[in-house]
Design a protein. Structure first.
Length: 351
């Protein structure tokens, strides 16, 4: 294909061109994809410094000579940027995503192999995500997903809003109201286009528990073959993960079996934790916010067809600094949740 017949090409959204020196410019600031163009003559520095996310790079090469730059050199650089994955075909005129999803589109244009962040965000509209537990953490998860463009949120919590829940998006006037009803109001305010509940099966479920994850709930999700994300809140920390794709990743029972290998009394402790009311009646605001953001990010990775970081892993967020500690987990030989069974090791590995 000749250059004249090539479709318009642009830098991916979010990439800025920054002068670095008299003969050098930098494209992007994230070390995952930022590059430097070096040993440039002054005319090419000026040419590249004027580039933004709307510039047609194919046309830039064609215009180079009229601005005193070497057209062949500019064309070679454009080809190199395309090969490096820093460009994308120009979108159709007038295509623009408004609201919070616009930032999502920019980010996923950088993260997606084809640069089609708009397609990633648009695809979320057909997804349904369940959220079990609508205290500050669960409500924050649901809100993150709603503003990110997830089309349907399935809310599950029959308890009433408590005064301690006002640490999140609940209002004082919500106290005493059903959590699911109050949460629906919050989500409609944040994302008017989102559907709240409905007769659909969830693609993913986020379960927010206190002190320990419920094995019975895990078994139900595994039986229904629904991908799920665990969040367990404790007095001064939160455990996010694992993300479980049934039949693929270590499940909650795998983790409990590994814990039992290390502590034979763990099943007794677990029964006590899941049978009684949580000892801590409330959620620390910064802890809830951090845990919710991490859990929501894992869901968005799943919906984008990516393998979430917390498949086979948990992250412990600890107060006061919220510095995260990751533990990797393997399938357990005695569980049988994957077929064929995965290889096992001695249990969790701290990273």
């Amino acid at each position: 294909m000749s250059r004249m017949s090539r479709p318009p090409l642009q830098l991916r959204p979010g990439l800025r061109v920054l002068p670095r020196a008299d003969d050098e410019v930098q494209i992007g600031t994230d070390p995952r994809w930022a590059v430097r163009l070096v040993d440039l003559p002054p005319a090419e520095v000026a040419l590249w410094s004027a580039v933004d996310g709307t510039t047609d790079l194919v046309g830039l090469a064609d215009r180079a000579a009229s601005q005193g730059a070497d057209a062949a050199s500019v064309a070679t650089t454009v080809d190199a940027l395309r090969d490096a994955g820093l460009t994308r075909p120009a979108p159709a005129p007038g295509v623009r995503t408004g609201g919070p999803a616009e930032a999502e589109t920019v980010a996923w244009s950088l993260l997606s192999a084809d640069g089609a962040g708009d397609a990633v965000v648009a695809g979320r509209a057909g997804a349904a995500v369940g959220v079990v537990g609508l205290g500050p953490t669960g409500l924050a998860v649901a809100r993150h997903l709603a503003v990110a463009g997830v089309g349907t949120l399935l809310l599950d919590d029959d308890r009433a809003v408590r005064s301690a829940d006002v640490a999140g998006a609940h209002r004082w006037s919500d106290v005493g109201a059903p959590r699911a009803v109050a949460a629906a109001r919050v989500l409609r305010d944040a994302a008017p286009g989102a559907r709240i509940d409905g007769d659909v099966e969830p693609d993913v479920v986020v379960v927010v528990e206190h002190e320990a994850a419920d094995p019975a709930r895990s078994m139900l999700l595994m039986t229904r073959d629904v991908a799920h994300v665990w969040v367990v809140l404790r007095a001064a920390d939160a455990v996010v993960g694992p993300v479980v794709r049934p039949g693929v990743d270590p499940c909650l029972r795998c983790l409990d079996l590994h814990r039992t290998d290390l502590d034979p009394a763990w099943p007794t402790v677990l029964r006590s934790l899941t049978a009684a009311r949580p000892g801590v009646d409330g959620e620390v605001g910064v802890l809830a916010g951090a845990a919710a953001a991490l859990a929501a990010a894992q869901v968005l990775m799943l919906l984008a067809g990516q393998v979430p970081t917390l498949c086979g892993a948990t992250v412990e967020l600890t107060l006061p600094d919220l510095v995260a500690r990751e533990r990797r987990w393997s399938t357990h030989a005695a569980c049988g949740c994957t077929s064929p069974p995965g290889t096992t090791d001695a249990g969790p590995r701290e990273a």
